[in-house]
Design a protein around this ligand. Structure first.
Ligand SMILES: NC(=O)c1ccc[n+]([C@@H]2O[C@H](COP(=O)([O-])OP(=O)(O)OC[C@H]3O[C@@H](n4cnc5c(N)ncnc54)[C@H](O)[C@@H]3O)[C@@H](O)[C@H]2O)c1
Length: 430
């Protein structure tokens, strides 16, 4: 199917009831936005606490502005939640797609959701996969449903009663989800053009960005490629930081100077790459075609190796100190959020603590009341303290996340200490 831009005037949605399957960071905002447009939305989640929270108009995680949308939609009766799969005109699947130890995608949640939908789906219904998925997953989800429902078909022009399948990947930024859900462009890939167009009709009820129609596998790949693009470019910066360190060159000044070239735009290095998207999604491409994904795999390996380089730097800085105190500033996978999923900062602190049992690692708190994540809380030589106290007690200070809160640290607080600045936070300009 050739890519084309959807014209909202062409296909008004015939959907009035939507089941959103998976009420997490993606599913719940989508459910709330659709409900705010007057559709009847039924949220489905296997977690009874989540179902209860939503029915009480509460949000079980932190996302700006989401609470107001959920509370409003529930109080107006447009949004309800339940554990069982209802009948609906359209199903939007936003369940987790983690990777296994061998870096292949674990599609068990998508398959579970598909089996539940198969029991309730009716001719003419639309099923949209929003979960980030390897190419072919929308087809696989359709096969799970159609194997259980041989009375239905996804094929265009089929004699049997038709159902429509599409993929609509999500690229919102946590912290700005309620804005970007509305303003971002969307890519919608259908198993048929009719399916893509029907899904676009539904999304056009709230999406103000352009909607680009394509086939399902291209839409699946587009999401993975966006994150692999970021990963490869960050890997280039991270590789430069290691090479520059070995050559005695300041990588921040180096990149600033190179970026004066009108067609060069090197990203900033860091302690590695974290989060549940950029550190995960490129592996779905690698597992789809291992032989030919050499650059993408190498980028993942370069980024995954970066914490090891930071650890080596810290160890060198405290060499000769019998029981060193190390202040580790920040644990999140990026600045000014509290999400530590796949965070290289957590990995660095964990390995430093395990490999140096005599060292004390003081994690400087950037958020009031922030607790240590599960990977760190059992370690006896890691504790969470107020940032200024961590810095004051430290022999070495390692800046892992560029949280704005750390701007309050004054240069004299760092005097006489070894400083490992993985983000160029305290750098001087070229
Ligand atoms: N969070 C993001 O910023 C983001 C951005 C883009 C894409 N994505 C993708 O969106 C998908 C969902 O991510 P998320 O962050 O919303 O996950 P999440 O873990 O926050 O939420 C998933 C929800 O699905 C529920 N669930 C699991 N299996 C279920 C089933 N069979 N039936 C009903 N509910 C089920 C879980 O209980 C949970 O509440 C993933 O594929 C992710 O990669 C996430």
């Amino acid at each position: 199917m050739n890519t084309q831009t959807f014209n909202p005037g062409e296909a008004a949605t015939e959907v009035s009831t939507v089941a959103v399957v998976g009420l997490g960071y993606i599913g719940l905002p989508t459910a709330a936005i659709l409900a705010g447009k007057g559709l009847h939305v039924i949220g489905v989640d296997v977690n009874p606490d989540t179902v209860q929270a939503v029915n009480e108009g509460r949000v079980p995680f932190i996302e700006p502005d989401l609470g107001v949308h959920v509370a409003g939609a529930v109080s107006q009766g447009h949004l309800t939640a339940q554990e069982s799969m209802p009948e609906a005109d359209a199903y939007i699947v936003a369940v987790p797609t983690p990777f296994r130890d061998d870096k292949t995608a674990d599609l068990v949640y998508v398959e579970q959701a598909a089996r539940s939908i198969a029991a309730r789906i009716r001719p003419g219904n639309l099923v949209i996969l929003e979960s980030t998925s390897p190419p072919g997953t929308t087809r696989r989800m359709a096969d799970v449903i159609l194997d259980l429902r041989p009375d239905l078909s996804a094929a265009a022009g089929s004699d049997r009663d038709r159902v429509l399948f599409a993929h609509c990947p999500e690229r919102v930024l946590p912290g700005r989800i309620m804005i970007e859900l509305v303003t971002n462009d969307r890519i919608i890939g259908g198993l048929t053009l009719e399916a893509a167009t029907a899904a676009a009709g539904l999304y056009s009820t709230f999406c103000q960005g352009r909607i680009h129609l394509t086939d399902a596998a291209t839409a699946e790949m587009a999401k993975l490629v966006e994150n692999a693009y970021r990963d490869v470019n960050i890997a280039f910066a991270n590789e430069l930081s290691v090479i520059s360190g070995n050559l005695g060159i300041d990588v921040w000044n180096l990149i600033e100077l190179a970026n004066y070239h009108p067609r060069v735009n090197i990203l900033q290095p860091g302690p590695g790459v974290g989060g549940h998207c950029i550190a995960v999604d490129p592996w779905f491409i690698v597992s789809a075609d291992p032989e030919n994904s050499r650059l993408i795999r190498t980028a993942r390996e370069v980024n995954d190796a970066k914490p090891g380089h930071v650890i080596a730097e810290v160890k060198t800085a405290v060499e000769g100190i019998e029981a060193p105190v190390i202040a580790a500033l920040g644990l999140a996978f990026k600045a000014n959020i509290d999400d530590t999923r796949e965070s290289p900062a957590v990995e660095i602190v964990r390995r430093l603590a395990l490999e140096n049992p005599r060292a004390r690692i003081l994690v400087g708190r950037s958020f009031p009341g922030a607790k240590l994540p599960d990977e760190l809380s059992p370690l006896p030589n890691v504790s969470s303290v107020v940032t200024n106290d961590a810095v004051a007690a430290a022999d070495a200070v390692v800046l892992l996340v560029d949280h704005d809160a750390f701007r309050e640290i004054r240069p004299e607080q760092l005097a006489g200490k070894a400083v490992i600045d993985t983000r160029g936070f305290w750098r001087t300009t070229a």
